[in-house]
Design a protein around this ligand. Structure first.
Ligand code: NAD
Length: 484
């Protein structure tokens, strides 16, 4: 267990074995909280992806596609149990890789990852199918078959959680997988290989290839024997993957970027709004795709909101992710840290007024720490108000009417999520219904039922995950029409 506490070297996991990189190349895994090298990661490429696809095809045809549902459910349940059993190790690995607070890894990332396997183990055990009788004396029966080999390409912000949200339904339907973790966060995915083995998943059903997007990611998107791609990441990367995958006419499930509005009406419960908005702004260093980074506040409470929100923001503790009182940890990489600082600089150039935060944390000499930053005075059309920053930075804007705020909220090419705060239930429904977002929360945020659809509108995604929506994506749905 000790080696996991200090990080580990991450190999590929292909056909049930940990394998070294074919070309012998590795890259360094850096803990963003300390800037220390915590391990080496196998640098994969097309050859490893080809090996992984061959293993996945073999595992699919040799039996996984025909495994009994009860057997698949039992394996998934065991995977979920093992993740919970190893929660302490996995949480630490996730924190070392990402820089996020350990309390967050251990209360959200890892338990929710386990939850996906438990949920789909139960869901497939209870599911039925549709039948459509015809008056002419025929019956249509809807059947689902697995697709075959599915490719998965993952981001760094919620590594094991997002991976598991895809893997659990995909495996539940009897598919096999070739997956690539984000370059910055290979550790929990690598350990998952061991967990799958222990849970009794046949070799080759899940294959993990580490490496860069431009090599491993593209090879997955390109491979003619991969039937579908489940991707979470930036909108621009999604567009590239779609172009590459178009050649073999893959199906795509895309969870992409967002610039999510929080709409706060004057009749809200302000105490609750302030506390939840703190979370939706800064949790995970602002790097949750569902974070509300554009905050619209109705004018009668605008000044009070600013005063109280800024005061609470100043109380947020930025620092060592291993300390239990840390609210905000380190950003994922030097590259991302510099990008977020550039956006803060741009906000100044665009005429924004920085009420608190605005730069790095001077006392913290090592690690990629940025103060939680609140910006006002920016026009809706500024780049900082429009583009996804994916850091602890929010902009706040006043508004007067319901119609005005709906227009402002929808004035973006993104459409992932939104939250609406009001005690007027008629207005809540009226506004929520008009917001162009895959998920709109009313008087809450980040509350998720695994049966409900999840995904983005416009350039925030394609398709929906959750419950049956995921199973539909990971299966070939066909109809058997029987004349009697
Ligand atoms: P990214 O797009 O840079 O990378 C995601 C993955 O794609 C990585 O594994 C990367 O190596 C790979 N990749 C990069 N270029 C590729 C290419 N040309 N071909 C194939 N693969 C390639 O995203 P990121 O920085 O890791 O994650 C942050 C982004 O993810 C944000 O935009 C965020 O909003 C989004 N996100 C969305 C959701 C959602 O549910 N909608 C959830 C989490 C994160």
């Amino acid at each position: 267990m000790k080696e996991y506490m200090n990080g580990m070297d991450c190999l590929h996991y292909i056909n049930g074995e940990y394998v070294a990189p074919i070309n012998g190349k590795t890259f360094e895994n850096i803990n963003p909280a300390t800037e220390e090298v915590i391990g080496k990661v196998a640098e994969g490429g097309e050859e490893e992806v080809n090996m992984a696809v061959e293993a996945a095809k073999k595992a699919f045809n040799n039996g996984w596609k025909n495994t009994k549902l009860s057997e698949r459910a039992a394996i998934l349940r065991k995977v979920g149990d093992l993740i919970l059993e190893k929660k302490q190790i996995l949480s630490r690995l996730e924190t070392f890789d990402t820089g996020k607070p350990l309390w967050l890894s251990s209360t959200v990332d890892i338990p929710r990852a386990a939850g996906s396997y438990h949920f789909y183990a139960n869901f497939i055990s209870a599911m039925g199918t549709d039948a459509y009788p015809m008056e002419v004396g025929a019956m249509n029966i809807v059947v689902r078959r697995p697709l075959g080999v599915v490719g998965m390409i993952n981001p760094w912000n919620l590594p094991l959680l997002l991976l598991s949200a895809k893997l659990a339904p995909c495996l539940a339907m009897g598919n096999t997988v070739v997956l690539k973790p984000a370059r910055w966060t290979p550790m929990t995915a690598t350990l998952l290989g061991e967990i799958f083995k222990e849970a009794g998943l046949p070799d080759g059903v899940v294959n993990i290839v580490n490496g860069a997007g431009r090599s491993v990611g593209e090879a997955i998107a390109e491979h003619p024997d991969i039937r579908a791609i489940a991707f979470t990441g930036e909108t621009s990367t999604g567009k590239n993957i779609m172009k590459t995958g178009a050649e073999s006419l893959k199906r795509f499930s895309f969870e992409l970027g967002g610039k999510n509005p929080n709409i706060i009406f004057a009749d809200c419960d302000l105490d609750e709004v302030i506390e939840t908005t703190l979370k939706s702004s800064f949790i995970n260093q602002g790097a949750v795709c569902l974070c509300g980074s554009r905050i619209y506040v109705q004018r009668p409470i605008y000044e009070e909101f600013l005063t109280r929100f800024v005061a609470r923001t100043r109380e947020q503790i930025v620092g060592d992710p291993l300390e239990s009182n840390t609210n905000i940890g380190a950003l994922i990489s030097k590259q991302h840290y510099e990008r977020v600082l550039e956006y803060i600089q741009l906000a100044k150039e665009e005429g924004g007024n920085i009420l608190t935060g605005g730069g790095k944390v001077e006392e913290l000499k090592q690690g990629y720490y940025i103060q939680p930053t609140v910006i006002v005075g920016l026009d809706q059309n500024c780049r900082v108000s429009k583009e996804e920053i994916f850091g602890p930075v929010v902009t706040i804007h006043p508004f007067d009417t319901e119609e005005e705020v709906i227009e402002l909220a929808n004035d973006t090419h993104y459409g992932l999520s939104a939250s609406v705060w009001t005690k007027d239930s008629h207005r809540a429904l009226r506004v929520a219904h008009q917001i162009e977002a895959g998920t709109t929360w009313v008087n809450t945020w980040f509350l998720r039922d695994p049966r409900a659809p999840y995904g983005g509108e416009k350039q925030s995604g394609i398709g929906r995950q959750g419950g049956m929506f995921s199973l539909d994506f990971y299966s070939e749905v066909s109809n058997i029409c029987i004349k009697y």
